[in-house]
Write a protein that binds this ligand. Structure first.
Ligand code: LMR
Length: 292
């Protein structure tokens, strides 16, 4: 349905041909191809301009995103090695958890292959923005299409930092409202994991958010001006090497990384507390990719 897509290549280690056949019957101009098994990865990546990586296992109740590291780190590493070989100029949208660590893994893999461009490696945090917009609209009785809440930091627990003081349109918050709303946004993934009771994590809202992010990347690639999304990228906004904040998307990817802007003392405190957690997540990813 996305007019900016000409060809969609689907890749998985199993069960992809049925999905490709199913999708290919939609009467849109997009050409759909399915690729099954590791030996077909290069075929799937050939000529790709945007590679979206949602691969890996999901959480079960009681697990944190970090509990997925052992399995998903290797999956992301192998896929990004494929990207480095076959489509090194592609923009990556990384969804596989723990995003706080899989993005640094991807960066290290591309660096080792000599093809790293920090503008092109984006961790997808759009679902945090989608959720923040949804919950703020519900709480304040606003039309959700008008609501925009930047979410910075990372994509796990207290590293998810919704900047409610920067909500558009401007809203007034009572001290009583904020803690519960922030906690709901930070725990929204867990809310879905618990509701699914062992059958995985968010897929539909994640797909919706990933589609929004992909569309924004493609609009940037197509040369459209003024396309902004929050994303987890290599950054000098804080002392950390990776951080999520608003980025301006253009023909070469995340062309400008915006700072955090004016934030409240409480938001600054939450940011200060998130930094060591994010640093641990980043170091874990870098050490894994370097084989330490
Ligand atoms: C989400 O935020 O829903 C995803 O990161 C999946 C998860 O494990 O929560």
């Amino acid at each position: 349905m996305q007019p900016l897509i000409n060809e969609l290549a689907l890749y998985d280690i199993a069960n992809v041909n049925g999905v490709a056949a199913d999708l290919s019957h939609c009467n849109t101009p997009v050409k759909i191809k399915g690729f099954t098994g590791q030996e077909s990865l290069a075929g799937a990546l050939e000529g790709a301009e945007l590679v979206i990586i949602p691969a890996g296992i999901p959480r079960k109740p009681g697990m944190t995103r970090d509990d997925l590291f052992k399995t998903n780190a290797s999956i992301v590493k192998a896929l990004v090695e494929g990207v480095a070989k076959t489509c090194p100029g592609a923009i990556l949208n990384i969804i596989s958890n723990p995003v706080n660590s899989t993005v640094p893994i991807a960066a290290e893999v591309l660096k080792a292959a000599g093809v790293y461009d920090p503008k092109k490696v984006l961790g997808v945090t759009t679902l945090d923005v989608v959720r923040a917009n949804c919950f703020v609209a519900e709480t304040k009785g606003l039309d959700v299409k008008d609501v925009d809440v930047p979410v910075i930091g990372g994509h796990a627990g207290t590293t998810i930092l919704p900047l409610l003081s920067q909500t558009k349109p401007k809203v007034n918050w009572s001290d009583a409202e904020l803690p519960a709303l922030i906690e709901r946004i930070q725990n929204a993934g867990t809310e879905v994991v618990e509701a699914k009771a062992g059958a995985g994590s968010a897929t539909l809202s994640m797909a919706y958010a990933a589609a929004r992010m992909a569309e924004s990347v493609l609009r940037g690639l197509a040369g459209e001006d003024g396309v902004y999304e929050c994303a987890y990228v290599e950054s000098d906004v804080t002392e950390l090497p990776f951080f999520a904040s608003k980025v301006r998307l253009g023909p070469s990817g995340a062309e400008e990384i915006l700072g955090v802007g004016k934030i409240t003392d409480a938001e600054q405190k939450a940011l200060d507390e998130a930094i060591p957690i994010l640093r641990g997540n980043i170091d874990a990813g870098i050490n894994f990719a370097k084989g330490n």
